[in-house]
Design a protein around this ligand. Structure first.
Ligand SMILES: NC(=O)c1ccc[n+]([C@@H]2O[C@H](COP(=O)([O-])OP(=O)(O)OC[C@H]3O[C@@H](n4cnc5c(N)ncnc54)[C@H](O)[C@@H]3O)[C@@H](O)[C@H]2O)c1
Length: 270
């Protein structure tokens, strides 16, 4: 039975997957800096600060595969992003190597490529176009994952997650929504598929309005059940409550693109 470590266990995705993963991976070890508020007696939890390599090595002991969801999950200052998402991400891959972990699934983000316009359909092989320091940290994580796969034989899957949740929350998220059960499928591909060496896959459900070519995920057996169009009325009603934002509405990364934007607005096609 493989032992799977899940970092970020107290966060939004971690809390949801703590319920969905145990039937598949009964030997699941949870980690975070914060203990989950509702930790059950049968759950195994080990606290660790990602920016401390010794602590990360300790949680990797005896582990076969890692789901790395821990980190700062929104845009922030460089000083905020650096310890959790740059140093912490390096520590995770390095500790995995030192402890002989075989596979890592890294939670990357659409914000690694957020400055592609929405009219541009992209695959996973495009040049990163991060929309903030957070997006830069995700591009860093993808690059670090590629290094550890090619140089050290770690099997690495980076999931460029769109937006994880029970339903798409607005117009943009009709294109990028990821249903929790579909996330489980992607994690299983990363942890189990025999053909994994290094992969970047989009973490998105079966969304008609998607901007992403996710054919590699389908080749690896991904069959998403979520369909964003089933929630179109709800999403558009929520969208109607938002103020127009020319920069956010033009680029794939949405509001992360317009945050602190002082770039060239003439690039935006109305
Ligand atoms: N939720 C989404 O839609 C989405 C989209 C794209 C990418 N992601 C990525 O997926 C992962 C999980 O997202 P989430 O929504 O659950 O985020 P979240 O913020 O809810 O959870 C992140 C968890 O990481 C922990 N953490 C932060 N810094 C840490 C550190 N230095 N040491 C140890 N633990 C630390 C936090 O305590 C938190 O519980 C993140 O890496 C995020 O960037 C999420």
């Amino acid at each position: 039975m493989p032992r799977i470590l899940m970092t970020g266990a107290s966060g939004g995705i971690g809390t949801s997957l703590r319920k969905l993963l145990p039937p598949i991976y009964p030997d699941l070890v949870l980690s975070d800096i914060k203990t989950p508020a509702d930790l059950a007696p049968h759950e195994k939890f080990k606290a660790a600060e990602l920016s401390d390599l010794a602590q990360v090595e300790a949680i990797c002991e005896g582990v076969d595969g890692i789901l790395h969801f821990g980190g700062y999950s929104v845009e922030g200052s460089w000083e905020t992003i650096l310890p959790s998402n740059i140093i912490g991400c390096y520590n995770l891959f390095e500790a995995a190597r030192r402890k002989g972990v075989k596979r890592v699934v890294f939670a990357s983000s659409n914000h690694a490529v957020g400055f592609y316009p929405r009219y541009h359909r992209i695959g996973t092989d495009v040049t990163p176009r991060p929309d903030g320091y957070y997006g830069v940290s995700k591009a860093f994580g993808e690059a670090t994952g590629a290094l550890y796969a090619d140089k050290h034989g770690l099997k690495v899957t980076c999931l460029r997650i769109g937006n994880f949740g029970d339903k798409p929350l607005d117009h943009r998220r009709l294109s990028i929504w990821l249903k929790p059960e579909d996330m489980v499928q992607l994690c299983r591909i990363g942890l189990e598929h025999p053909d994994i060496h290094f992969e970047i896959l989009y973490g998105a459900s079966n969304n008609e309005r998607s901007w992403w070519d996710n054919h590699r995920a389908y080749e690896l057996g991904y069959r998403p059940a979520g369909r964003a169009e089933d929630f179109v009325a709800h999403a558009m009603a929520e969208q109607a409550k938002l103020k127009p934002d020319p920069v956010a509405d033009f680029y794939q990364g949405g509001a992360f693109c317009s945050m602190g934007f002082s770039g060239d607005k003439s690039r935006i096609v109305e």
